[in-house]
Write a protein that binds this ligand. Structure first.
Ligand SMILES: Nc1nc2c(c(=O)[nH]1)N[C@H]1C(S)=C(S)[C@@H](COP(=O)(O)OP(=O)(O)OC[C@H]3O[C@@H](n4cnc5c(=O)[nH]c(N)nc54)[C@H](O)[C@@H]3O)O[C@H]1N2
Ligand SMILES: Nc1nc2c(c(=O)[nH]1)N[C@H]1C(S)=C(S)[C@@H](COP(=O)(O)OP(=O)(O)OC[C@H]3O[C@@H](n4cnc5c(=O)[nH]c(N)nc54)[C@H](O)[C@@H]3O)O[C@H]1N2
Ligand SMILES: [Mo]
Length: 835
């Protein structure tokens, strides 16, 4: 199936540009959010819903993963949280009549904005082979179709199960159990495209793939470096925390190629000060770095600190370095050898500026580094983040108040999903705990991450694809390759709340399974169920939707997966059934609960084993590999399937939480600890007690060769980023207010000098052509048509355009070393005049 790229449903001819904003949020933001909310759900439902966001016993905001403040405001919502809620709580509906009226061919011509605007999905729908339209199907038949397809596979690895980070802990835990019960670890997730580089670098250097700070630490920090992140748009509530820190005297340094509005000045709509006095200046220093120059910046800081120590002493935390770290000498040597001229070239910043930043770090009593996609989506992201850790270790800035690493997560439960087992490279300890709890043997061989899954689809090695949320087709790199790969799959299944491109670019047959969202009331087994989520700082709390669901037809994600488990693994099993022999796990000595930490990479890894079994792909025992060379039908007939009372789990999610409690350390007394809207923290070795579960039990300094992008003459380095009116592939509207872009998205932001030097004109409509140099030296080209050039304040050589329109330009094989994350912030492009 050759699909055409969708036409733009936005009238780009109305596009206009104004001066970028210097202030973020404030009253206009609240009004804009309310307008969108009212249009989607009417005034009454808007008020009802928005008052419940992030309140105790309310629902967790489906916006971002930034934690709640302890004392919640009556209306603790931000503009973009409100938009996320409105998008889900909309009163618009997409039912069988919609699909009867719109053929698949027609739907394919629409973009994700138009598709999303149609409303909430209400009925399970099926697309038959060669069908022109989706038609309704009963839940029983739909789930039977999935189960039969799974049982018919020749090998479990022919199935791929994607997860996006909105899925609750309960649903995610059952889902990974379904997948491992079938016999594969093919569990790619959105994290593979997002913070995977953070997980890789942190697990290896500090022994946990998560951040080490709490919200109180942010308030107490002396210096906060916010690098590669646009919180004014993507984590607006973070601005309140930064504001609070500043009121206590903290300094903030923004490191970014773009002067993002939220980082410059922030009006807090929840305080009188914000509204009346023109807001708080957030960044005391704006470091306008060349994209990809961050490793050099952190090396420069490290070099400066070491030089200052040499000159006058008193800079380093010698006791911490001696007691808790390894590798210091090699790192010091590498920084001695680093050349200032190279660091200047890589960052595009004068040595004086680099030293000033170094001085800020030197004089800070407690430093936190926050980051997001600007640091994780580069080829050298993992070494960049190792160098971030190096700088913090020098002054003992990990595991004490007001200091630490703070990777700011994206999706509201992406971190929780990892904790409960959504990971293609699970730790042995986690699998052993699963084996024991569910009386089966989980597969040991590692599965596909997102990019590997696409390669397998492209090569015809995938027959079944299931997406638990998300929009795989639009969110992944190299859209043309993904679309062709999807078309080769026998059955594609999407569990979704809203229509998106993944429903219209499908396998030979396709299912849409509509589901409840965070805001929807979830009644099962006669009671209202709640689910749990984990925020970016490792705090777990319950979330309970309150709105009448869009249709009586909807199953929750939990119910849907529980029923699939029942169908695939056979009904009638109950926990009382005598466990089958599964290789003497008892003798192998499972880890003690509570004695170990959960990390997203190693949900149940012991101290000594975490790093080698997680950060580095462990080789699997041959016996396990041999075991896998059985068809799924064999596996299901044989006793090696997880055992649980699936119907009971569907009727009472507390039973799922009890399984989580038994398998994943840190969830003791799970049920009691989430009562009454309470939050609890998962164990975090570095933060709690400076314990580092690395290969040598120390926080590890690393010596990393300097890397940075080299931009060929006449080319630009394109970063693909989010506008203010979108949530990933969900497009709320056509404006990027803070950057001054209105009524359009097909823009490319370019430095004025580059526009001239390259022979183009402002406002000219151009094509973007990406150039990817294959390992053999030949160049591959990819094209995205019709983008308007906007002159913008970005370093020379750097450009920016929105995702997902530009995903066609990101080559599948252009991934970060070690983490495999697509390099969405570093695409070499040239501009081309049109005809
Ligand atoms: N409203 C809203 N909220 C969201 C999302 C959304 O789409 N909309 N998405 C959610 C998700 S899944 C995620 S992961 C987060 C994403 O949150 P962000 O990471 O803030 O998202 P991006 O738009 O990708 O912005 C990347 C930022 O990094 C900067 N940058 C790019 N390259 C470099 C570089 O090389 N160095 C430095 N120092 N900076 C660089 C860009 O200029 C930009 O400011 O937000 C989450 N929250
Ligand atoms: N070029 C480029 N590509 C990128 C990025 C980039 O910066 N540049 N960023 C990457 C990042 S950080 C991420 S996280 C990924 C995001 O990738 P995804 O998570 O796959 O994409 P989303 O757009 O967040 O998914 C939106 C869809 O999720 C469904 N949905 C929403 N809520 C729910 C729910 O509660 N349950 C279920 N079952 N479905 C729901 C809706 O149907 C909606 O259409 O994209 C990545 N891709
Ligand atoms: Mo993300």
């Amino acid at each position: 199936m050759a699909t055409q790229p969708p036409k733009t449903d936005i009238d780009e001819t109305r596009m206009h540009v104004s001066r970028p904003k210097k202030v973020a949020v404030g009253v206009p933001a609240v009004l804009h959010a309310l307008q969108i909310a009212n249009a989607q759900m009417g005034v009454k439902r808007s008020v009802q819903t928005l008052l419940r966001v992030n309140q105790k016993d309310g629902f967790d905001c489906p916006g971002c993963a930034w934690p709640e403040e302890d004392k919640r405001h009556m209306a603790e919502f931000c503009e973009n949280g409100a938009k996320a809620v409105a998008e889900e709580a909309t009163l618009r509906r997409v039912g069988p009549e919609f699909f009867a009226a719109h053929s698949l061919d027609e739907l394919r011509t629409h973009d994700d904005w138009w598709l999303g605007q149609q409303g909430r999905l209400t009925h399970p729908m099926v697309l038959d082979e060669s069908g022109t339209h989706y038609r309704p199907i009963s839940w029983d038949d739909a789930l039977r179709l999935v189960a039969d397809e799974l049982k018919a596979l020749d090998h479990p690895d022919e199935a791929v199960f994607y997860t996006s980070g909105r899925t609750s802990n309960e649903a995610a835990f059952l889902y990974q159990l379904l997948v491992r019960g079938i016999g594969t670890n093919n569990l790619p997730d959105c994290s593979n495209m997002c913070h995977e580089s953070s997980g890789s670098a942190l697990t290896e250097t500090i022994g946990i793939g998560k951040g080490t700070v709490s919200i109180e630490d942010v308030h107490e920090a002396d210096l906060l470096i916010v690098a590669g992140q646009n919180p004014g748009t993507n984590h607006p509530r973070m601005l309140s925390a930064l504001e609070k820190a500043k009121q206590r005297g903290a300094r903030v340094i923004a490191v970014n190629p773009l002067p993002e509005a939220g980082l410059m000045r922030f009006e807090n709509p929840q305080t009188v000060r914000g509204v009346a006095f023109g807001g708080t200046k957030i960044a005391d220093r704006f470091v306008q770095i060349r994209a990809g120059g961050d490793q050099a910046l952190f090396q420069a800081i490290g070099k400066h600190l070491l030089e200052a120590e040499e000159a006058e002493g008193g800079v380093l935390d010698h006791a911490f370095i001696a007691e808790h770290t390894s590798g210091f000498d090699a790192y010091r040597q590498a920084m001695t050898d680093a050349s200032w001229s190279e660091l200047v070239k890589a960052t595009g910043l004068p040595e004086k500026t680099l030293r000033r930043v170094g001085e800020e770090v030197r004089t800070s009593k407690a430093t936190i580094v926050c980051w997001a996609m600007g640091l994780t989506q580069h080829k050298h992201s993992v070494p960049t983040l190792r160098d971030v850790v190096n700088v913090l270790l020098l002054q003992g800035n990990i595991g004490r108040a007001g200091a630490g690493v703070c990777p700011v997560r994206g999706h509201s439960n992406v971190q929780g999903d990892r904790t409960v087992g959504i990971y293609e490279k699970p730790a042995e300890e986690f699998l052993e705990a699963l084996d024991r709890e569910f009386s089966f043997r989980a597969p040991r061989e590692h599965g596909f991450d997102t990019v590997e899954a696409i390669r397998a689809m492209r090569d015809g090695r995938v027959r079944f694809f299931m997406g638990m949320g998300g929009n795989f087709v639009s969110a992944t790199p190299d859209t043309a390759v993904v679309e062709a790969g999807m078309a080769r799959v026998d059955l594609t299944v999407h569990v979704s709340t809203k229509l998106n491109r993944s429903h219209v670019v499908t396998g030979r047959r396709a299912l849409i399974l509509p589901t409840l969202g965070r805001t929807d009331r979830d009644r099962r087994g006669g009671t209202e169920q709640r689910v749990t989520v984990e925020d970016s700082m490792g705090a777990v709390h319950a979330s309970r939707g309150r709105l009448a669901p869009p249709s009586e037809e909807l199953l929750s994600e939990v119910a849907l997966v529980a029923r699939l488990c029942g169908l695939v693994f056979g009904e009638g099993f109950s926990p009382a059934v005598a466990p089958v022999s599964h290789g003497g796990d008892a003798e192998r000595g499972l880890p003690e609960h509570g004695a170990i930490e959960g990390t997203p990479a190693a949900p149940a890894a012991s101290h000594s084993a975490a790093a080698d079994s997680v950060a580095v792909a462990a080789t699997e025992p041959r016996t396990a590999a041999a075991e896998r060379h059985r068809s799924v039908a064999d596996l299901v007939d044989a006793p090696n399937v997880p055992r649980a009372d699936w119907a009971a789990l569907e009727a009472d999610y507390a039973l799922i939480r009890s399984h989580i409690e038994h398998t994943i350390p840190g969830f003791e007394d799970f049920e009691t600890r989430i009562q009454k809207g309470r939050t609890f923290f998962l164990p975090n070795g570095p933060r709690d007690s400076r314990r580092f579960a690395t290969v040598d039990g120390k926080a590890r300094f690393t010596a990393n060769p300097l890397e940075y992008p080299v931009i060929p003459r006449g080319r630009l380095l394109l970063q693909t980023l989010r506008s203010h009116d979108q949530y990933n592939t969900t497009i709320y509207g056509k404006d990027d207010r803070y950057r001054g872009i209105h009524d359009g998205r097909r823009v490319v932001l370019v430095n004025t000098k580059d526009i001239q030097a390259l022979g183009f004109a402002e406002d000219e409509i151009v094509d973007l052509v990406s150039e990817w140099t294959r390992p053999d030296g030949t160049i591959e080209e990819r094209r995205a048509e019709e983008f308007r050039i906007v002159a913008y304040n970005t370093p020379k050589g750097n450009a920016a355009a929105y995702y997902p329109e530009t995903n066609v330009l990101v080559p599948l094989d252009s991934v970060a070393d070690i983490s495999g994350t697509p390099t969405s912030k570093a695409v070499i492009v040239r501009l081309e005049h049109r005809g």
